[in-house]
Design a protein around this ligand. Sequence first.
Ligand code: SF4
Length: 360
Amino acid sequence: MSGNRIAPGKRRVTKKIRYGGVVVGGGAPISIQSMTTCPASETDRTLDQIAALSKAGCEIVRVSVKAEDDVEALSRICHESRIPVIADIHFDHELAVRSAKNGVQGLRINPGNIGGEENVRRVIEAAGSEGIPVRVGVNSGSIERGLRDLYSEDPARALCGSAIGHLEMIERMGFTDLVFSLKSADPMVTVAANRLFAAENEYPLHVGVTEAGPPLTGTAKSAVALTLLLAEGLGDTVRVSLSGDPVREVLVAAAILSALGLRHDIPDIVSCPTCGRCEIDVAGIAERLERELLGIGKPLRIAVMGCEVNGPGEAKEADIGIAGSREGAVLFEKGKVTGRLEGDITELFVGAVRRMAEES
Ligand code: SF4
């Protein structure tokens, strides 16, 4: 993998928070989060999604808790999930209190919509007695009434004011096991709000663009906001939100962190754009590698090149690579030709990459 483009020392110093076995802040690796897309009460489906997310490289997962049957499903979900589970609750503080007692490793609330300070206190007391952190998530869509005029003039300042107000209220309750997120659907407002907030305190930041959009638009918006923030050392855990399959969110987040040199355990996949010389299905092979191997936790550089004209150079630079040829593909490992692939090249190459990952 290419060098570290962001000096590690440049990251903002933040408080260390633990979601189960995953540390957020305090210099810990920037973790990847996502969210399931079905009600928690559909327990088997939720667990299947969590397994797929985890396999893709997701390290913390959030589930929506909207009703009592979702709360009841949490104990089995938390027991069977391989990654920490955060309950996401709006409006009903009782659901948050009961979720805390049902095994989740964290809560996510927006104190602005949970029904006033006393209800927030009940949630915070429950989190405190279970020893779990709370993420205070402030979104442009749910800014409190008192800040709406400011929001129309300066949305970043309004988001920051909202988050700081919640921070001060919860600190007065004696609770500091907190992560904050300030999100807008506009990436530049998201960046500005996080900069303002980060200048004021040392709580870790969950960064991402809310309602970023369908895969193409959402990926672009997320990459813009995350790159600007992470390049300034702001951000301790990330979520890319995209409409559709959440596994894609994890893959995009992994690719962004890898491209910025902020995670050294994510494969770097290089593939050519193809042209008239291409002899193999470069796009199909590269997409399958992304889908199946970005989460393997190994920093392999993998190259998929279409032909023997320009392909071998890049394939030799990689830990493992192929260059298409008339008879199939030439396989390169650590700079040397180690074989020829014929027949189902995708299957054979994915297998070769898996073997190298297991041995490395
Ligand atoms: S590697 Fe070969 S197929 Fe791919 S873009 Fe370059 S010349 Fe075209």
